[in-house]
Design a protein around this ligand. Structure first.
Ligand SMILES: Nc1ncnc2c1ncn2[C@@H]1O[C@H](COP(=O)(O)OP(=O)(O)OP(=O)(O)O)[C@@H](O)[C@H]1O
Ligand SMILES: [Mg+2]
Length: 54
């Protein structure tokens, strides 16, 4: 059964994207979890970081 984790806060610039990226990377690298990170943000900051890493 897959777990779904959502990170929400109405305030901007409080670390939502940073938490998502670090949580996804930590689960994948340190817990060998299969992680799907879905970026619904129109700013696409999480996707931008992924593209920089690759
Ligand atoms: N724990 C932290 N300590 C210090 N700086 C942090 C921390 N988490 C995030 N930041 C910094 O705060 C800034 C905003 O973080 P982030 O982009 O993750 O916020 P956000 O909530 O996703 O913003 P937005 O609402 O614009 O999408 C970034 O410069 C990030 O590097
Ligand atoms: Mg963000």
């Amino acid at each position: 059964m897959a777990a779904v984790v959502s990170v929400l806060n109405m305030k901007g610039g409080v670390g939502k994207t940073t938490i998502c990226l670090n949580l996804a990377c930590s689960l994948a690298e340190h817990h060998r979890a299969k992680v799907l990170l879905v970026d619904f943000d129109p700013q696409a900051n999480a996707s931008g970081v992924r593209d920089q890493d690759n």
